[in-house]
Design a protein around this ligand. Structure first.
Ligand SMILES: C[S@@+](CC[C@H](N)C(=O)[O-])C[C@H]1O[C@@H](n2cnc3c(N)ncnc32)[C@H](O)[C@@H]1O
Length: 366
């Protein structure tokens, strides 16, 4: 396979040699720009070699587990753990090369028992990577699965965590803690559409004036949005004539608000400590045959933490397209690479049905 790049000195454009295109279903991949917002069908090592140095802001990925599944071809079914780690390191080397100096790489890896012996593969890989490449490990974020596959082991506990390793090239990596809303414990399920429903009814049937009702509906909409975005954990509303009035109180206090506006909203803030734990259920996508999908919620949190709008997010093992879906929802550009053609098609369909979210309230530093 000849996958050499032809770089012009002035632009970062290049051509893919004839023999490489058999790995890419899209013949639009003829310049770096045409990689953007695309799912490339191909082997990731060969495809990554076509990307110029220092281009990508964020790489988030989850390679196949060792000997867990047969994806048809690609990494994961090597004869030994050592060989598997070597293959992953080749991909990691390309990731380091194409990553901008202020960028981040996040690798999510799963472990494996061989003859009842836990291999600690994610940690062995990470130690190897830290020995071999000029990277620093910032965090090991633990995903706690709230619904692990039920198993009936007699002599071991059910594994229900997976690490997400965050690597950087130096200390000047982009980081936006303010936009990272996860606090490690409260993400059991995305909030449904029922939050605050009872309050809408109570306002409707209350004795508030039309003007007060309008204001109450407005403020209720806003506070529900804050819960959905994870800015606050929950809230309570008190409505005049329906809920009991608080004792005491001063001007500007809740009693005064009840009197003046006819209602008051009490916001309940969550744990402000941003911890290296994400509790989240394992997801399945309706109609998707992909067996190992990671949660959009986690990937969105990491994208918000480690990139800005319009940055480029790349996933060399894109699978069902989760990283691209998260990137698109958050207004980032994406590049996905996937060796299985069927998964590529499904991922493209999934992304087509994804829309950019309203980035209300997010803070970015240039
Ligand atoms: C664990 S899955 C990724 C799932 C993904 N995170 C998601 O949420 O859908 C790993 C994927 O890597 C793909 N893969 C394996 N080896 C590959 C290679 N050499 N190049 C590109 N893709 C590869 C597999 O086909 C599989 O879909």
């Amino acid at each position: 396979m000849n996958a050499k790049r032809k770089k012009s000195s002035k632009t970062s454009k290049f051509e893919i040699k004839e023999s490489t295109t058999q790995y890419c279903t899209t013949n639009r991949v003829s310049s770096f720009e045409s990689f953007l917002d695309n799912i490339i069908h191909g082997d990731n090592l060969l495809t990554l070699q076509l990307i110029p140095d220092n281009k990508i802001n964020l790489i988030i990925t989850s390679p196949p587990y060792f000997k867990q599944r047969d994806y048809g071809s690609g990494i994961g079914n090597e004869k030994s753990v050592e060989e598997y780690i070597e293959n992953l390191k080749k991909v990691f080397a390309e990731c380091v090369r194409i990553l901008r100096d202020d960028g981040s790489i996040v690798f999510n890896l799963g472990d494996k028992y061989l003859e009842g012996n836990l291999q600690l593969i994610p940690y062995r890989f990470t130690l190897e990577v830290m020995k071999t490449f000029p990277v620093k490990l910032v965090n090991n974020v633990t995903w706690v699965k709230l619904n692990p596959t039920p198993r009936q082991y007699q002599k071991r506990l059910v594994s229900s965590t997976e690490p997400f390793f965050h690597f950087v090239k130096n200390d000047n990596y982009y980081y936006s803690l303010a936009n990272y809303l996860n606090n490690g414990t409260k993400n059991k399920k995305p909030n449904g559409n029922n939050i605050g429903k009872k309050y809408y009814e109570l306002i409707e049937y209350s004795n508030l004036t039309l003007e007060q009702k309008k204001l109450a509906f407005n403020e209720l909409d806003n506070v529900i949005q804050e819960v959905k975005e994870g800015k606050i954990e929950s809230f309570r509303m008190k409505i005049k004539g329906i809920h009991s009035e608080p004792f005491g109180g001063q001007d500007g206090g809740r009693k005064y608000q009840l009197l003046k506006k006819g209602f008051t909203i009490i916001k309940i803030k969550g744990d402000p400590i941003k911890r290296d734990v994400i509790e989240c259920a394992v997801e399945t996508i309706k109609g998707s045959k992909h067996p190992a999908i990671y949660p959009v919620y986690i990937i969105k949190e990491l994208i918000k933490l480690l990139s800005k709008p319009d940055d480029i997010v790349l996933d060399p093992f894109i699978g069902s397209g989760t990283t691209a879906v998260a990137a698109k929802e958050l207004g980032r550009k994406y590049i996905g690479i996937e060796i299985n053609e069927e998964y590529c098609k499904k991922a493209r369909e999934r992304i087509k049905n994804t829309h950019k979210e309203n980035p209300l309230g997010l803070i970015y530093e240039k």
